[in-house]
Design a protein around this ligand. Structure first.
Ligand SMILES: Nc1ncnc2c1ncn2[C@@H]1O[C@H](COP(=O)(O)OP(=O)(O)OP(=O)(O)O)[C@@H](O)[C@H]1O
Ligand SMILES: O=P(O)(O)O[C@H]1[C@H](O)[C@@H](O)[C@H](OP(=O)(O)O)[C@@H](OP(=O)(O)O)[C@H]1O
Ligand SMILES: [Mg+2]
Ligand SMILES: [Mg+2]
Length: 348
């Protein structure tokens, strides 16, 4: 759909208007064109679930008032025939789609594609996802940030116990599918309590040491330079006593989803205390740069019993921003800032 056709859905376009004369029409068209030119046009390619959670009416309304227009991308038509766009927002999977976006980035350097498909791919594998955090080795006066020790098992479940032993990983272990592509399967995680049961797991997977953290994690949303942190309930600590008694591998559900908000819960202050802001700002800035991404969130936990020992356990591309408090303003400001910085670059 051309942008002009898409505009027919806009509030300011009235189909019931009186017929106009030729000159009125062309003046009207010109004015409309001028109005259009002032809009920041954001093409989006998102699943219907994502459209519902992200493009909420209040957000679209605020964006429009600030001069931002969202236009659905038609995947069945060449991208170059659509728009013209200032920004392209996307969260779709598949090789074909990645190639379309890469080609479009080459032929339309003036358009900001959020974010580059190659950089997003980095987060689709739970090993490469956390590599940047490990490489960073962030240690400041506000605290240290690392990743839990982990091991990748590509195949052969019968060899897992040996591999775990060799690597010196300490039980319990969180077993996560290696691929993190947003599919339901990629969110099917288990907790393994004993060596013998490890053979029941299904590779390819990542085995990550379980870090006790008081049952609360921090979700850090990043939108360009903006950061927002929320608390979510998480898996409870595993005590030594429990570990000595329990055997087996237990599948666990989506424990830290939006419904598990712990922001208003009555928590032990040492568990609830948010990670220091300067530490998160350093982490976010470095990750933005190292990952080459502007839209992501990360799950970070504080080792129970410490004040300043943090672990990043997960990074998600274009997460559920619709559940981030104040996302409407944060996102619109971000989109406008992108266009302004492009404009500045061009005129300097
Ligand atoms: N190493 C760990 N130590 C302690 N708890 C962990 C660890 N890894 C994961 N968890 C728990 O398991 C949950 C799910 O893990 P993770 O965030 O890696 O999965 P996910 O399916 O990618 O989640 P999301 O829905 O955020 O994408 C976390 O929210 C946390 O409660
Ligand atoms: O599409 P994948 O990569 O699976 O990422 C999901 C995250 O893992 C979820 O945490 C998001 O849901 P919550 O915001 O309810 O946690 C979920 O948010 P959504 O349902 O608004 O899209 C997704 O961002
Ligand atoms: Mg997570
Ligand atoms: Mg995840």
């Amino acid at each position: 759909m051309r942008l002009e056709e898409e505009f027919s859905h806009c509030d300011n376009y009235d189909e019931e208007e009186e017929p106009k004369t030729m000159s009125q029409c062309s003046i009207g068209a010109l004015q409309q064109q001028q109005q259009q030119q002032k809009f920041v046009v954001v093409g989006y390619a998102l699943t219907s679930k994502k459209i519902k959670s992200f493009l909420q009416p209040k957000f679209e309304g605020l964006a429009r008032n600030k001069g931002i227009l969202f236009v659905a991308i038609d995947q069945n038509r060449p991208l170059s025939d659509q728009g013209p766009f200032d920004i392209v927002l996307h969260k779709l999977t598949g090789k074909e789609w990645r190639q379309i976006l890469e080609d479009y980035r080459q032929t339309h350097p003036e358009v900001t594609v959020l974010d580059p498909p190659d950089a997003i791919q980095h987060l689709h594998n739970r090993q490469s996802m956390l590599q940047c955090v490990a490489d960073m080795n962030l240690s400041t006066s506000y605290g240290r940030v690392g990743v839990p020790r982990q091991l990748v098992i590509k195949k052969d479940a019968s060899s897992i116990a040996d591999a775990v032993d060799k690597a010196g990983l300490i039980l319990p272990l969180v077993a996560k599918p290696l691929v993190a592509d947003g599919s339901a399967k990629s969110h099917e995680l288990s907790l393994a309590y004993d060596q013998y049961s490890l053979q029941k797991l299904e590779p390819p997977l990542v085995l990550q040491e379980f870090v006790n953290h008081g049952g609360v994690l921090f979700k850090v949303y990043i939108v360009g330079e903006a950061i927002k942190v929320v608390r979510r309930f998480s898996l409870p600590d595993v005590t030594k006593r429990e570990l000595s008694k329990v055997t087996g591998v237990f599948r666990f559900p989506r424990v830290s989803c939006a419904a598990a908000s712990a922001d208003d819960a009555d928590l032990d202050p040492s568990v609830a205390e948010l990670p220091p802001r300067p530490l998160l700002e350093r982490l976010a800035k470095e990750l933005r740069w190292r990952l080459g991404l502007r839209l992501f969130n990360l799950d970070i936990i504080r080792e129970h019993g410490t004040r300043d020992r943090f672990y990043v356990i997960d990074i998600n591309y274009f997460p559920g921003y619709g559940k981030m408090p104040g996302y409407e303003h944060i996102f619109t400001d971000f989109l406008l800032s992108l266009v302004q910085s492009r404009y500045k670059k061009r005129s300097s």
